[in-house]
Design a protein around this ligand. Sequence first.
Ligand code: 1HN
Length: 349
Amino acid sequence: MATERTAAHTPEREAFYERISVGNLAPLWERLHALVTPQPVTPVQPAIWHYRNVRPHLMHAGELISAEEATRRVLILENPGLKGQTSITHSLFAGLQLILPGEVAPAHRHSQSALRFIIEGDGAYTAVDGERTTMHPGDFVITPSWTWHDHGNESQQPMVWLDGLDIPIVRLLDASFAEPGDTASQAITRPEGDNAARFTNNLLPVDWKPMVKTSPVFNYPYARSRASLEVLSRSEDPDACHGHKLRYVSPATGDFAMPTIGAFIQLLPDGFATRPYRSTDATVFVVVEGSGQTWVGDQVFGWEPHDIFVVPSWTSVSHQAAGEAILFSYSDRPVQEKLGLWREQRGNI
Ligand code: 1HN
């Protein structure tokens, strides 16, 4: 491959750069190579959070601060290459949220979109624009941009979920708006199940048109995604790079369920090893079931249920399942696809 020239440093040039910086000018030729790289160069590092190590800290946070005082009692999963930046990848946020029995995380709304992937506990609810949904482990729940949302735990156990948000994307674009609600719990205007009845049976209200870019479905229950994977695992050969992998979509458009975040669920058959794969969308994986190990670049991470690991952009990933395993994942793929930037490479990396 041809290489491009780098400019030599001379005292005259250095002095020139100093002089022009006062006028808010800078020489592109000093920076071009770092900006326009032959392939992705990222400060994002491969990393894993073992749930057995994180959980005690999360429970301790539960003793230190209430959900009400914190607004959201979340421990940020911060990429070690992005310290202080509140991000797990350059474009996405990840955190673990704890809500204890009897607590309410008060209503608010913001332009950032959120997904919840339920890790532990059963039966807490999230309310979105007037309707509650009860959350179970493995459910994928969406809070669309600018919708009122509050969470409450009327069960007897702590409830923990992964929050995935597009915070860094909204920050890049300086498009953040947020507003607190008037009351901790929003007014409920529709019975639980109303949303599922309207939008999840291959039916849509007759005159309904998509007014926003997010799926009208706000809870994709694990029981259903698990059942789909189960059938696929018996009826088709696994894909060499992905095993059996599905993406969550809007039933109204067939597009990703969220405009800024793509979400996926995959089953790796017992003992299956995936071929190396890489793509430009840095990806957060959550282990739902099973154990195994994953090579991410030159690192290897052993995992078990509830562990979370991150694969940077254009970094080779290959999984090895010890038994049958299920992985949930999310990335900024919808954004990259819409901008014509998304690329992948299968095998031979
Ligand atoms: C947020 O509003 C929630 O609504 C969770 O549950 C995590 C992380 C950063 C900023 C806002 C929630 C969040 C968040």
